[in-house]
Every structure is written in C-alpha cells, then in structure tokens.
Design a protein around this ligand. Structure first.
Ligand code: DNO
Length: 348
C-alpha cells in the first residue's frame, strides 16, 4: 500500500509543502484541471505538473481524473474522435510513467451530495446526502443551484443533456462503457497505465439518470468487459459503503484476487436511512464502514497500489473545498497507516 494524498494543482489552497509534512505520504493524486473536457492532455503540461510535485519532494502517483466526455457516455457519433483524444492523454501519462488513471462513467454528474456542511455532534461539518432533499432540487436553473457544483451547465444545456439521456438506460450505458474500454484498455496496456474506474457516488440512480457501477456484480462485470490487467477499479469505500448490502471486504477479496484493484479511496460514511447518509471521521467507530476489515482484506490480497484518505470533515475552523480540507484528511491517512502497520506486523 502506498499512502497518497489528493492535491488540486496550483489553485489548491493546500500547498505541496504541507502534504510533504504528513507522516508517510510521498505520493500525490492530481490532474490538469483546466483542460476542457474532450481535449487531449498535452504531454508538456502534464510534465510541468509532475515536475512541480517532484520539486516538493513528492511524486505524482495517480491522475484523478481525465473526465469522460458526455458524448462517449451517450454513444454519439463524435465519440470516436473523443476516444482517440482520451487515448492520447493516456499515452502522455505512460510517457511520463504515471502508472494509474482514476476516472468515472457517471452520466452528467460526478459525486453528489445534498448538504456540504452537515453539523455533527462534535461541532465539525461533513458532506451529507438525502434522497428526499435531492427530489426537491430544481434543475431548471442548471447546475449552479447544486451543492458543490459550479455553474457547469446552464438550465437549457442541462435540460438538453437530460433529454438526450432519456434513450440511454442502464443497458445502453453498459454498451457505451464497453465500446470505450475496448478502445482505451489496449492503449493503456501498451502505455503501461492501469485504468481504475471509480464507482458511482452515491451508488444509485439520481435525477432519473442511469448509474451502473454500484455493487459487486457491476465491478466484476466491468473488469470482464475487457479482460486485461489494465482494466481495473478504484475501490472507494465511501461510495460503495453507502449501500448497506455491499459487503466491502468480500468485494475486495474477489476483485483483489483478480488483480484488478489499482487504487483505493478509504473513508467512512454513516448510513442513517434508506438512501440517506453523512460522511464521518475515518475511524471505524464513527461510521458504517469497518475500515479495519477493509484494510485487512486489502492486505490479504496483497494490495500494493496507492491508497488515499477520501473526503474529510471540516475541523478546527478550517475552511476550503468541501471534503478536501487538510486536517481531517491528514488524520485519516495517519489512521489508515496505523491500521496497516498493525495488520502487517501482527501477520508477521
Ligand atoms: C470525489 C471524488 C470523485 C472522483 C471521480 C473520479 O471527491 O472521489 O470526484 O474523483 O469520480 O473520476
């Protein structure tokens, strides 16, 4: 396991120098945030990001994410050209020996919450989700109204996109994912890059849009779509853990033995009702995810990839990007390393 930490590039209020001071962390997860979706990432731009991270005494271990253009998910004719560009970005990663790419295949929206600052009993705040609150969100004014979303789409753009998805059900979305992977996996394998698909967060349909990467059956179907070691997953305990029926350690054992877990996002959530949860501090006692059992399963399958703490709470008066403050995530990765050390040493 390689402890890693997400950094949102030069615009991140958290400097690389602070990340360098977190015990055990030398690996950074980052991306080029200003390349428009659908354009190929230039090798030089990526080389500059990598050099900047290395100048701080760290290394760029994972790209999270290269977003997948909606036309690819919708299966539109323009997808071939867009997939070619995606492959070019993957090759740029390979040239620079950046080994893992985390990406997702969620229609229109990435992760979704209905409250970015739910107050917990200890006075900290955390991200929360409630399906009933989601129902109350009015999308007619675009994404500007959504918690955590900048105005990515205007009202009419969003309505057009949602209308286009009316003909794309889960079955067709799987077909489009297969089409994408049949082309991108060979390019990644050749470039020495491992693809790590992030599960849908939350792992169910929202706003009537299909979401398919939600459970054990889906993750296994995904890795078999193109049966190549380069076609793997990001095992995100917070996303998958929002569905109580997901047996996370069992899923890790199966996928891990297949050699398809290329990246781990470890965090905790407390499930408080049907399609309702809030995020918590990382330790097992605070939420519904047993991180001890999760890490033990990862240890059992000899997981050697990068692992990052995921969303943290806002604590000690910190302000910043929701879920991505420094303090609670630093506590999180320290806890995860403590669990890992204890498991490894007691095994030995
Ligand atoms: C949220 C993240 C996700 C993740 C993407 C990967 O904080 O875990 O936004 O980066 O889904 O493509």
């Amino acid at each position: 396991m390689i402890p890693a930490f997400r950094w949102f590039g030069p615009a991140d209020p958290i400097p690389l120098g602070h990340i360098r001071q977190i015990p055990g962390v030398r690996s950074v997860v980052s991306a080029l945030y200003d390349v428009p979706i659908g354009e190929a990432w230039g090798r030089d731009r990526l080389a500059t990001l990598k050099a900047q991270i290395e100048d701080a005494g760290l290394c760029l271990a994972v790209v999270e994410s290269i977003p997948v253009h909606e036309d690819i998910k919708l299966g539109r004719p323009t997808r071939d050209r867009l997939i070619d560009r995606y492959c070019a970005s993957v090759r740029a990663m390979g040239d620079l020996r950046i080994p893992v790419l985390c990406y997702n295949f969620m229609p229109v929206f990435d992760w979704m919450r209905t409250d970015l600052a739910r107050r917990l009993p200890d006075g900290s705040t955390a991200l929360a989700y409630d399906d009933r609150a989601l129902d109350a969100i009015d999308l007619s004014r675009g994404t500007g109204e959504l918690p955590g979303w900048a105005a990515t789409y205007t009202g009419s753009e969003l309505q057009a996109l949602l209308a286009a998805y009316r003909t794309v059900d889960a079955g067709r979305l799987w077909d489009h994912l297969g089409y994408f992977l049949e082309r991108v996996v060979p390019a990644a394998a050749q470039a020495g890059v491992r693809l790590a698909l992030h599960p849908d967060d939350p792992p169910w349909s929202i706003f009537g849009l299909p979401r398919i990467i939600t459970d054990a059956a889906a993750l296994e179907r995904l890795v078999k779509l193109v049966d190549d070691p380069a076609n793997g997953v990001t095992f995100c305990t917070g996303s998958l853990g929002a569905l109580p029926e997901n047996d996370l350690p069992a899923m890790i054992r199966r996928l891990g033995r297949m050699g398809r877990i290329h990246f781990a996002h470890c965090r905790n959530v407390r499930v408080t009702g049907e399609r309702q949860f809030h995020e918590t501090a990382h330790p097992s006692a605070y939420g519904s995810v047993d991180l001890f059992e999760v890490l033990r399963a990862l240890k059992d399958v000899a997981f050697t990839g990068p692992m990052r703490p995921d969303h943290g709470r806002m604590i000690w008066g910190e302000t910043g990007r929701p879920g991505y403050g420094l303090y609670d995530r630093a506590l999180g990765i320290t806890y995860l390393q403590g669990l890992w050390e204890a498991i490894a040493r007691s095994d030995a």
